[in-house]
Write a protein that binds this ligand. Structure first.
Ligand code: DC
Length: 219
């Protein structure tokens, strides 16, 4: 089988991880959630009391950090942190730590290693514009702020995390601004990415739209 590389970028709550997971399963390729990696580093810095202004401290922490994916779970230094990284606090800390140069350098390096020679779907903010610039398929997934906030709100309510819709809306707007306006590898649509607006669409509709793009080429 030919190598298939699908890069999916877009703002928070656009449905990237839900859609990417299903696509990976349907065509039996690997899925790498790069947002989870930034979240894991933010969690480690938080647990170790390292200030995000302390670049030397962050650099040291990165040196002895091991991040791995196994069976849809993310392991930070051998410990499954998949649940712990999914809180609104970690979303906001991940967005802040992702603006730090040394953090991006290390994670982009790891992401490229993970992707080497494999067929995969990788999602994040800078996959089509930076990490996997040569990916054959690039999708920019988006939706209105209201729709993205309402998806996040429902997701967190299901997990019994105490949040208000207004706060989720505010968090999403702040995160969009951070992710799109940071100096290094900000979020934007690659020129050769296909825009997929998921507003008002079901998960199945979006999955099929993307699979049609991939299958059109006879993959
Ligand atoms: O996709 P997510 O919400 O789990 O990502 C959390 C944060 O990590 C996001 O606000 C910005 C950052 N991120 C990034 O800068 N680059 C990526 N490739 C993925 C995520």
């Amino acid at each position: 089988m030919k190598r298939i590389v699908i890069a999916i970028d877009g703002p928070a709550g656009a449905g990237k991880s839900t859609i990417s997971k299903i696509i990976a399963k349907r065509i039996n390729i690997e899925y790498i959630d790069t947002g989870a990696m930034y979240r894991a580093i933010a969690l480690k810095a938080l647990n170790n009391g390292i200030d995000f202004e302390d670049i030397d401290g962050i650099e040291k922490l990165l040196k002895d950090t091991d991040i791995n994916f196994n069976n849809g779970k993310i392991y930070l230094d051998g410990i499954d942190v998949s649940g712990k990284i999914r809180t609104p606090e970690m979303s906001s800390l991940a967005s802040s730590i992702s603006a730090i140069k040394v953090v991006r350098e290390k994670l982009v390096y790891l992401q490229r290693l993970m992707a080497a020679k494999k067929s995969l779907v990788m999602d994040g903010r800078d996959i089509g514009t930076n990490v996997l610039k040569d990916a054959k398929y690039k999708i920019y997934l988006t939706a209105t702020v209201e729709e993205r906030a309402s998806r996040r709100y429902n997701e967190l309510c299901k997990k019994n995390i105490d949040v208000t819709f207004e706060n989720i809306c505010k968090d999403i707007i702040t995160r969009d601004k951070n992710d799109m306006e940071r100096k290094i590898n900000p979020l934007y649509k690659a020129e050769d990415a296909i825009l997929v607006d998921t507003t008002g669409k079901s998960i199945e509709e979006v999955v099929n739209e993307i699979l049609n793009i991939v299958m059109k080429d006879g993959e």
